[in-house]
Design a binder for this molecule. Structure first.
Ligand code: GUN
Ligand code: FE
Length: 463
């Protein structure tokens, strides 16, 4: 394996590079050169096949005269880091468990008792170190984490992401009603004070926001009365914090007979409640968005808030499928999430397949093929779409010059049916290769994971 773990010199990667430029434009460059500065910034992306000497000369003025060269093998390619726009870190021990019930039953029997247990900070340290390391090794260079109601455990989660070198959005979950098993806080005052404590702490460990960013986290309409929502909206504004919340996941979460609009009787649709609380803006990440009213879609488009589509969770909880096409047609930002542990699989690589499958079932159910998400679209949702949802489209999501090098080095050697002699003329067109990887690859194909130009995980990373 090439020696290129050092971060003290600039690097030039030479080989196949595949990334999304837009929903319909998946760019495949057979022999690209990408120059990465020591601070992790992409200095150039050169699509012309060139020799090492030509590149070192061409980019000498940019500091690449003595750059370290990383030559990719024919079976390898560079792919943008994956972005998980919705994962519940405290639910990690429940992965693949409790998949029988409805959302309510699942919350009562599995999720609430598990989340309540994070008053134990030693447990938080154990679980969150595993969550951050494992998701990185699965290719998630950025994760928007949901936490539990505990400020101390939440701060540990932020520490773990930073220590692992993962980009992350982290905040304390806020709940004062609608939960079970002691999984709520005694008052809005306590909840808000603890939320602010976490926001301030997370700012303090990464003041420039290189990797870790704070958010406020109202669990959803049924869990937070108006004064708590308003207080979190004020924190969002005061600290420039992100917002993570659930929206329109089930019919009963919306129905007047049940939760959100009963607790918030002034509003005629779910998103109006977030909007008027100061919680719907370009820094908001709304999970699920399955049962939207037309007004909700208007609000999402106008506010530039993002949707976390969780296809595995849609399948497991069976409350419906997010109609991604209707959102994309209106210019709403959409990314993919794992929603662990309502979804059982903490991999956005797998979420691409799951998004394809769920879109096909939705198309069947609706009798409209337009709901099928194409290959370039699922890749875009997992990378550029996610970057938009987390408000970092100028920083990550693909390999444009000036962005940060968040990247996966993929090797399809050993992937089912990916032996090039079986499916192409021997040159390797790249399109078959990336499709084989997306649909047939597993974690062993993710050889190196870079965040901000630094090697942080992967099968070939001896860290
Ligand atoms: N709605 C409220 N809380 C949750 C959660 O933890 N997971 C999912 N999928 N939906 C929720
Ligand atoms: Fe969720």
């Amino acid at each position: 394996a090439p020696v290129e773990e050092g971060t003290t010199s600039p690097k030039i990667f030479i080989g196949r590079l595949i990334h999304s430029k837009s929903l319909s434009n998946l760019e495949i460059i057979p022999k690209a050169a990408i120059g990465v500065q020591t601070n992790g910034t992409i200095a150039f992306l050169d699509p012309k096949p060139s020799t090492t000497e030509q590149l070192q000369t061409r980019y000498a003025a940019d500091g690449f005269a003595n750059a370290q060269i990383v030559n990719l093998k024919k079976s390898q390619f560079l792919f943008p880091g994956l972005i998980d726009t919705h994962l519940h870190a405290p639910q990690w021990p429940n992965l693949a468990l409790g998949m029988e019930g409805t959302l309510r039953e699942w919350c009562e029997n599995w999720t609430d008792p598990m989340e309540a247990s994070y008053s134990d900070t030693a447990k938080a340290r154990r679980v969150y170190a595993d969550v951050t390391k494992t998701t990185l090794s699965l290719g998630s260079t950025t994760v928007a984490y949901n936490s539990s109601i505990h400020a101390d455990a939440t701060n540990i989660l932020a520490d773990c992401a930073l220590a692992a070198g993962q980009r992350a959005i982290v905040g304390k979950m806020c709940i004062t009603v609608g939960s079970t098993q002691g999984n709520w806080e005694e008052s809005a005052e306590v909840s808000l004070a603890d939320s602010e404590k976490s926001v301030k702490y997370i700012r303090s460990i990464d003041p420039e926001g290189r990797l870790v960013h704070p958010c406020v986290q109202p669990r959803g309409g049924p869990y937070c009365p108006p004064e708590l929502m308003r207080g979190l909206g004020e924190q969002c504004k005061e600290y420039g914090a992100y917002v993570q919340a659930h929206m329109c996941e089930t019919q009963s979460d919306i129905a007047v007979a049940d939760r959100t609009l009963e607790l918030h009787p002034k509003y005629s649709c779910y998103s109006d409640m977030y909007l008027s609380s100061g919680l719907l803006n370009s820094r908001s990440i709304l999970a699920h968005c399955i049962h939207l009213q037309p007004k909700d879609i208007d609000n999402m488009a106008a506010s530039r808030a993002g949707v976390a589509h969780n296809p595995n969770s849609n399948t497991c909880l069976r409350d419906g499928e997010c109609r991604v096409r209707d959102l994309l047609d209106r210019g709403v930002r959409v990314g993919l999430g794992t929603d662990c542990s309502a979804g059982y699989m903490p991999s956005i690589h797998d979420a691409m397949r799951s998004a394809s499958n769920v879109s096909r079932h939705l198309a069947l159910k609706a009798g409209e093929d337009r709901y099928v998400l194409g290959f370039s679209e699922i890749v875009c949702l997992a990378t550029m779409g996610g970057a938009q949802v987390v408000g970092m489209e100028d920083r990550i999501g693909n390999f444009e010059k000036g962005k940060k090098f968040d990247a996966l080095l993929i090797d399809v050697e050993g992937v089912i049916s990916a032996d090039a002699s079986l499916w192409d003329d021997g040159d390797g067109d790249g399109e078959a290769m990336v499709k084989k990887w997306v649909f047939l690859g597993d974690r062993t194909s993710i050889k190196k994971v870079y965040v901000d130009g630094t090697l942080v995980a992967g099968q070939d990373a001896s860290l």
